[in-house]
Design a protein around this ligand. Structure first.
Ligand code: ZN
Length: 312
């Protein structure tokens, strides 16, 4: 899903307090409200019930047009971005927001800072486990589904392991570090090419992170790209600070991502690839593949793999 045009206008990304939400069975608002409190204390013991609920086809979902399907399945109270940058981020990373099966997606496209992220992460039911050589932390339902997938894989002589210590949970500051690792070298490169002055580069480098995201995406509109290879948008290289699905504890970077059998097993347990530029990255959507169109997602193929992205 690489877009040929990055029509990103600079505008304020709407920021909101984050929370959690889940609607395992249907998109009807009344049901969302009714299930919400039950699922705030979601545990392994009730996860099975939630997951089985998600297997019930939602006719009301299926009958919605694809154009409204995704938005109709967003968390109650979700702050839809109104600016172009926020809308773009929703298109690129937004599948996680319709996650089911005991998942609690955030209600905002962008976490503003560490305290915003911490407040959200502290509100979640989380489970830690040592997988491969790393201690991982995920939302409880996501971890349980991952363990089931690992058990299934083992029966077939396959492994599912994380790529590194930061393959599951991340903090806001870790996403800032990753962002800077792309932005700072790119600024130096474009100064060297005469596309930016040193003064402009210094000004951008010293902006508050959140303001810097808008400036960087604005420069990319002019062909000044910030991905590692400097030929495409940075968002195909690293998520802007506060936007990574890893902040939601619903994502995992998998070492064996090139094994189609591993991808299939993960999908059978609700873990799907949802960011087309990021092959090792899997997202817990907590639903069967057949249910994903009803959640407003569409399948895209890239590099021989299937990705489920917002149908917007
Ligand atoms: Zn990832």
């Amino acid at each position: 899903m690489k877009r040929t045009s990055l029509a990103v206008a600079v505008a304020g990304i709407s920021l909101v307090a984050s929370g959690c939400w889940e609607s395992p069975r249907t998109v009807r608002p009344a049901d969302n409200l009714n299930t919400r409190n039950d699922n705030v204390s979601n545990t392994n013991s009730n996860r099975a019930a939630n997951v089985s609920n998600t297997t019930q086809p939602s006719n009301s979902n299926m009958n919605k047009t694809t154009e409204t399907g995704f938005f109709a399945n967003l968390p109650t109270g979700f702050q839809n971005p109104t600016d172009d940058v926020g809308k773009k981020l929703l298109r690129e990373y937004g599948s996680v927001f319709v996650a089911r099966g005991g998942a609690f997606p955030p209600k905002t496209v962008v976490f503003r800072d560490e305290s915003d992220v911490s407040a959200f992460q502290n509100s979640l039911g989380k489970t830690s486990a040592r997988i491969g050589n790393f201690d991982l932390e995920l939302q409880t339902a996501a971890m349980a589904a991952l363990k089931d997938a690992i058990a299934d894989a083992q029966k077939k002589g396959l492994k599912i392991t994380p790529r590194g210590a930061d393959s599951a949970k991340r903090t806001y500051n870790e996403t800032v570090g990753l962002w800077k690792s792309r932005v700072d070298p790119a600024l130096a490169h474009w100064v060297g090419k005469g596309r930016l002055t040193q003064t402009e580069a210094d000004r951008i480098r010293n902006l508050p992170t959140y303001e810097q995201v808008k400036e960087v995406l604005s420069l990319e509109d002019k062909g000044i790209f910030f991905a590692k290879d400097l030929s495409k948008s940075i968002i195909y290289s690293v998520a802007p600070p506060g936007t990574s699905q890893h902040l939601s504890l619903l994502a995992l970077d998998v070492s064996e991502f090139e094994n189609a059998d591993v991808c299939r097993i993960l999908a059978e347990h609700g873990w799907f690839q949802t960011v087309t530029s990021d092959l090792p990255h899997f997202t817990y959507l907590g639903a069967k593949e057949s249910e994903l169109p009803g959640l407003g997602l569409k399948k895209m193929s890239n590099a021989g793999r299937d990705f489920w992205i917002p149908n917007i």
